[in-house]
Design a protein around this ligand. Sequence first.
Ligand code: BES
Ligand code: MN
Ligand code: ZN
Length: 500
Amino acid sequence: MQITVEGGSITGIEADTYVVPLAQGVRSLTGATAEVDLALGGVIATMLENGHIKGKSAEFTVLPAARRMKAKRVVVYGVGERSKLTTTTLRDRLGALGRSLRGIDAGRVAISLQETPTGVDADGSGQAAAEGLVLGLYRFDKHHTRDGDKPEHTLGDVTLVETSARRATQARRGAEAGVIVAEATNMMRDMANEPANLMTPTIIAARAQQMAAETGVECTVIERAEAERLKMGSFLSVSNGSIQPPKFIVLTYNGAKTRGRYVGLVGKGITFDTGGISLKPAEGMEAMKGDMSGAATVISAMSAIARLKLPVNVMAIAPCTENMPSGSATKPGDVVYAMDGQSIEVLNTDAEGRLVLADAIAYARANGCNTIVDVATLTGAIGVALGTVRMGAFTNNDRLYAEVEKAAEAAGERIWQFPMDSEYGEQIKSDVADLKNTGGRQAGSITAAKFLEAFAGDTPWVHLDIAGVMSASSDKGWMVKGMRGTPVRTLVEFVKARAK
Ligand code: BES
Ligand code: MN
Ligand code: ZN
């Protein structure tokens, strides 16, 4: 599917399906909807009068086109109340609309963008619309080998129709950016949906290298021997039980005029989390193929940052390994040393995310990152606190957090800040080392964040715990059942805003 943007009259466009919006509560039709209604001899107006259509959100009505029209059918789609339209709802509507259109095998479609949020420029609505379509139409079906199990249709090319040539120029710019970030999100989904046998640390490194070659980003993969030289004892301790070689992936993008200082994006890359010797229960363990979501997020965000040529220096760091039990695995009570010299008592080998992040955050600081945002499926406790709606956020710097919050808002990815009082830190003091890697059941997400804070030191840092929002249980708006792709768009928005 290709997305293009045109300005002017929808009925001049050659397509299979015209899609015109209907807002809830309107008395008379306007713009493209009125134009198409006229060509149809007034059926839409009649249906509205009779109450057959109401414009409720996600209402989807298919009508045959009249003979002289340049399309075979017309879809009237409800957008809900005008006053409730925002970029977030527009993105969601277009996500659901795309799937409905695919379901009826709509072919090439022209979609009128006349109902857009008030106060948002054509640029913003073009971006939200393109994101909704590209994200909503995503599917992960590569492992179905039987034709009958494959989805039947694919949607043809889409033309977004703006009300004027001037608005079309703006919307085109927005749509281009929207396609780039949505494709990056889908790249993340492809990586995280892939089962762990087909998305090992080695395979992630190869994907990162391929992406880097395509976008002009630098990619360095630190192998085990090099990680040993760098004294990444915390990261390496997680890989002890695995046959898969660990890969510590570093992507560097120099978008700013001056070199040197970087925004560090750090992502947890556990390609499968069995819990290690502190083994997880069998039930539901398969979900732990998604425990590399943080790594997939920062690698994918980097692809969009580079494609958008954002004038910012960014370093993405993805410590990748499996967490497996075996004769060589780390044992509860073992003491390991992170590369910054801090010692850690590993009380629970299932609290492995913070161990790989400790070295990744230390590496970021030692290599020029003066701002760090980390993304991790870190704790089950965050799902207990926030469910599947919001990701949790933790920081040592409220100004940086404000930037991340604003970016999440713009991306339509919801976020909630947790407290970081020093008392929580007492829970992770160890009797035998500087830190222990678990703080007990209480405030589990906060004590995990306090652990990471010890490695961030005085570098402004935000930690995003995405364990609760890792996956979606059904198709909904821009979300598709499976790994969600959150917060790729937040990170891109965050870096974009830093360019200003
Ligand atoms: N990867 C898990 C957290 C997780 C849970 C991610 C559910 C996605 C969905 C993490 O490594 C983990 O096992 N955390 C432990 C920490 C505990 C041992 C302190 C947890 O949450 O139980
Ligand atoms: Mn774990
Ligand atoms: Zn984990």
